[in-house]
Design a protein around this ligand. Structure first.
Ligand code: ADP
Length: 526
């Protein structure tokens, strides 16, 4: 994999070098367009210092392949050293900048690279040209001009190519590329082409005076696509501009001038792009926070309401419990017949269960506390279901249980999980009401999956109405005439307090499937 990557790097380097060797201060590698440097900076930023080794060799290879060593190979080695040094200066300088106090202003890695590129390109260009003048290979009179030539070439190389390489090679940036507005994008490309034609076609003798027109389509593109728009546009304009200048046989001096203008243009586009991106991200974060706040307000209201309800209901249920006790007392001497006795026993049982559930719920919503004990979820589900079925009268469907063999041990507040299962079963029964009896199906499953106990309650009803799917667990959402819309919200609070999750899925039975996951106790895993 690494070998393939290095070979690919050499290939792209040599190809870029071939197309960018324009207007050199011959026979040296001093040109006003050095995309190879941008490539080197990008790979070093992405793959770290080990990328410097192939960078040392690449100029030697490019000189051999593209020009057959115009000077001695020693010069190519020297250029390799200079490029590696410059790459190291830029990328590691950018990293230092990130650690320094300016962090926050220069958040985008590309901006930090561009900032360190300006001085380091000047230092290396001076070293490069200085060495040639020092050895007597270049006349001293060309010292400043050559430095300018090289500096502009290096800066523009990094400005145009490094962000483009990041766009292609950084996975998170690649993912973000989506051109959904086809017509608008086509119009933008047409606008850039028309402007380039106006500058280099119609006004070729005064092209530099019309160059600023390119800012107009750039602003349009950047406002729409942010920095990514600027990066792609810069590559496009650089290519088109150089082709046009070569076509027009522009002088080296004017190529350097245009490259310098393009550097300002590219930098403006990129900075504007990053600002647009940051603003978009900030708006997005703000909206997400708003939504979270709204959801937590609803949850708070629901909890409050549920707590109040539990509290209020405890009075009548307490009274019923007392009446049942009184009834037991008065019938002690003259016991009623067997049927009445059985009804009385059931009444006793249900009142006790209702009182326990209410107490637990009230405690939970008041203090968030659970009474946890090691529990086999399979048993709990069996118990819950049979209790539920025993209360049903005249309902057609019988729940089918699909329980994985073996214990599914979890830490659970039994009464509260009973309440969750009960609520899911009630909802499923309600959903099955409009369905023909023959097609009514209700399935309850328990299985173990990767450290989790998974409980599913699914039905063959019509499924959850589309418009409430999003906030079905947020509370106060109901489609029932006499519903409160609290059941699922309470279920979620309880499940979350157990460290679990609850979500809505589509059931293979055709209706809704509520999937609850709860953490398995370690020794119960398997
Ligand atoms: P309530 O039952 O009081 O309405 P819930 O929070 O338990 O409150 O349920 C909210 C809503 O979710 C219900 O009104 C119903 O529209 C929908 N829902 C819940 N379970 C199902 C299900 N199994 N099938 C279809 N819709 C369901």
């Amino acid at each position: 994999m690494r070998i393939v990557r290095i070979a690919l790097f050499f290939l792209v380097y040599v190809a870029l070098d071939a197309v960018s060797y324009i207007e050199p201060i011959a026979p040296f590698a001093i040109t006003p367009w050095n995309p190879t440097l941008g490539l080197c900076v990008a790979v070093t930023a992405l793959y770290g210092p080990r990328a410097l080794f192939p960078i040392l060799v690449a100029p030697l290879l490019a000189d051999a392949v593209n020009r057959g060593f115009p000077l001695t190979p020693l010069y190519s080695v020297w250029v390799g050293l200079l490029i590696a040094a410059q790459t190291a200066l830029v990328t590691f300088g950018a990293r230092r900048l990130m650690r320094a106090s300016v962090r926050g202003i220069f958040e985008a890695e590309e901006i930090r690279i561009l900032i360190t590129a300006l001085p380091s390109a000047l230092v290396i260009a001076s070293l490069h040209v200085g060495s040639l003048v020092g050895l007597g290979l270049l006349p001293g009179g060309q010292f400043l001009e050559s430095i300018g030539h090289l500096w502009v070439g290096d800066i523009i190389g990094i400005l145009i190519v490094t962000p483009f390489c990041f766009l292609l090679l950084k996975p998170e940036q690649r993912k973000a590329i989506e051109f959904t507005r086809v017509t608008e994008t086509a119009l933008q490309v047409a606008a850039v082409l028309a402007t380039l034609w106006l500058i280099f076609g119609v006004h070729q003798d005064h092209a530099n005076e019309y160059f600023y027109l390119l800012f107009l389509p750039m602003i349009w593109i950047v406002l729409r696509y942010g920095a990514r728009g600027a990066i792609v546009m810069n590559v496009f304009v650089q290519g088109a501009m150089l082709l046009a200048l070569l076509q027009l046989h522009a002088t080296a001096e004017s190529i350097v001038l245009f490259q310098a203008m393009l550097a300002v243009f590219a930098l403006s586009g990129l900075t504007l792009g990053w600002t647009v991106d940051q603003r978009k991200a900030a708006t997005h974060n703000l909206r997400a926070r708003d939504e979270k706040l709204a959801a937590s307000l609803t949850t708070a209201a629901t909890s409050e309401l549920a707590g109040t309800l539990a509290h209020e209901l405890s009075h009548p249920i307490g009274a019923i419990s007392n009446y049942v006790a009184a009834l037991n007392h008065v019938t002690r001497d003259s016991p009623p017949d067997a049927r009445a006795q059985s009804i009385l026993a059931k009444l006793n049982q249900e009142v006790k269960r209702a009182t326990d559930t209410l107490h637990h719920l009230r405690d939970f919503f008041r203090t968030g506390s659970l009474i946890l004990q090691e529990t086999d979820l399979t048993d709990l589900v069996r118990e819950s279901t049979s209790l539920f079925v025993s209360r049903l009268t005249g309902r057609a469907v019988t729940p089918q249980l699909s329980l994985q063999a073996g214990p599914t041990m979890i830490l659970a507040d039994r009464i509260q999980l009973h309440a969750v299962i009960h609520n899911l079963l009630i909802n499923a029964f309600d959903a099955l009401q409009p369905v023909a009896p023959a097609r009514q199906e209700l399935r309850i499953g328990v299985r173990r999956a990767g450290g989790l106990a998974v409980l599913t309650v699914e039905d063959s009803g019509p499924g959850v109405a589309q418009d409430i799917r999003e906030n079905i667990f947020d509370g106060l959402t109901t489609t029932k005439k006499d519903g409160l819309g609290l059941g699922l919200s309470i279920c979620r609070s309880i499940v979350r307090a157990h460290g679990g999750t609850i979500e809505l899925q589509d059931s293979t039975l055709g209706g809704a499937s509520f999937v609850v996951t709860l953490p398995l106790i370690q020794q119960g895993n398997g």
